[in-house]
Design a protein around this ligand. Sequence first.
Ligand code: CA
Length: 512
Amino acid sequence: MRRRDFLRAMGFGAAAFAAPRWAFPAGGTPPRRPRNILFILADDLGWGDVSCYGATPGLTPFLDDYAKGGVRFTDAHSPASTCTPTRYAIFTGQYAWRKPGTGIAPGDSALLIDTDIATLPKLMKQSGMVTGAVGKWHLGMGPGPGKTDWNKPIKPSGNDVGFDYTFLMAATADRTPCVYVENGLVVGLDPNDPIEVNYRHNYPGEPDGKRDRASLKMDWDFGHNQAVVNGIGRIGYMKGGKKARWVDEEMADVFVEKACAFMEANKDRPFFLYLGTNDIHVPRVPHPRFVGKTPFGPRGDVTVQFDDSVRRVIEKLRELGLEQDTLVVITSDNGPMVNDGYKDQAVERLGDHKPSGDWRGHKYQPYEGGHRLPFIVRWDGAIPAGTNDALVSLVDLGATFAALRGVPVPQAALPDSFDQSATFLDPSAPSARTSLICQDYRLNLREGDWKYIVPGPAGNAPGPKNDPLNGELYDLSADPSERNNVIKQHPDRAKAMYATLLKAIRDGRTRP
Ligand code: CA
C-alpha cells in the first residue's frame, strides 16, 4: 500500500489523535482495588511507532482510541534498552545490572530469576490472584546449556517464579528453540522426534543459514544464520521437534488465543495476566491478513498486527464484562530497532516514519530512544483519562501492582521498585521517584531533567578508576534530543551524578 493511500484509508487527522485531558471525572468515587491486572508488553515497539505518541498516524488505530479512555504517560522508561534485563527487572523489581548474567540471554539459558526471591507474580499470587504468563519470556528456563532436556518437564521455569500458568516462547523469535513451552512442557512434542538445542554447532543433516542462504524466505543481514526454521535463519541451533515448531505467521494469533483462554478460564476470580507479544521484534513475519497493510513493509505490518492483538485481548476483556474490574497496562520492553538483522525492507521503506519519535537513539543505546516508551494505563471507572508526565520505570510495576492489590512488599524484596500507585490513580499526584537508572552495556542516571551517561565502553558499571568527566551529560529540559553534551560546562553535576550511581551500586537497592 502506498503511503498516501495508507493515510487516507486510516482517515487520519490531528483531532483524531488528541486525547482529551481529564475526560473522565471520577465523580468522587474513592479508588478501588483492581480485581484483575492485564499487563501487555510489546517487544521493541518504539515511542514513535504508537500513533498517539508519534508522528505517523494510523499504525495503531485501536491503541490510539483505547488510550483516549486511559492515561498516556510521557516520561516512562524501560530499565534497560534490551529485552532480557528489562524483563528481569520487571519481574524481580531489581535492576538487572545488579545480577551478572542478565544480558541478552541465549535460548538455552538457565532460568535467570532466583526461585527463592520475592517476585511480582508471587506478590500477585499472595494477593489472591491466579497468575498467567503468555508469550515472550527470554529469561531462561531449565538448568542451562547442555543440561536442559527439552523432551522432559523443564524445571525450573516461569512456573517456579510465581506463575500458575505459562505458555512461553523460551527466548525470542529469532533464537532457538522455536517451540512453545506450556507449563514446562514443549507443546506438540513427538517423542519419536526428540529436540536438541545448542548455541555452538549445527547438527549433521540440518539446514544451515549460511550454507542454505539462497533457499531462505527471509534473508539475514547479520547474525541469524544458524538454524533454519520455517525458512528463516535463527540464532542458535536445533534439531528434532519438527511437529512442535512454531509457524511465525501464526504466532501473534496463538498468543492472543492463549491470553483470551486464560482470562475466560479465570473470569470468576482475580487474575494477573502478563502477555508478552513477539511483535514487533524480528523476524517480522506477519500473518497474511496483515501483509501490505502499511507502506513500511513487514515492520509496519507487524505493528498493525500488534495493535490488532491488543484489540482482540481488550475485546475479550469487555466481552467478559471485566473492563471495570481490570487495570490494564500496555507498554514496550525497550526502544525500536529498524534493521535488527534481517533483510526485511525496514530501512528501505521507512520513509519519514520515526520509530523513536524525536528522541535520540534506539534499542541497545543509552539515549532516550533506547528506553523512553509508550506507556498506557487504563482502568475504566477508576482512573480519569488524560496524560501523565510522572517519571516512571517498568521496574516500578512490582511495587505498584502490590500496593494496588494491598499486599505489603517485604523490605528486602523488589529493591529498586517504587510504589507508583498514587500517580497511577491520580495523575496530579507526584511520581514516587525523582531519579532512575537505565542500562545498555553501561549505566545512565536520570535526576530531574538531567541525564548522565557513564564513560563507555568501559564495561557494565562505572568503577572508581573511570574518569566521570569522560561520560555524557544532557539537560533534557533544554535539549530533549540529547544533542549537546554539556559535561564540560557542568563538571560538578556530572561528578555528583556519578557518585550517586556508585552509591546505588554499593547500597544494593534504591527503594527507600
Ligand atoms: Ca525487546
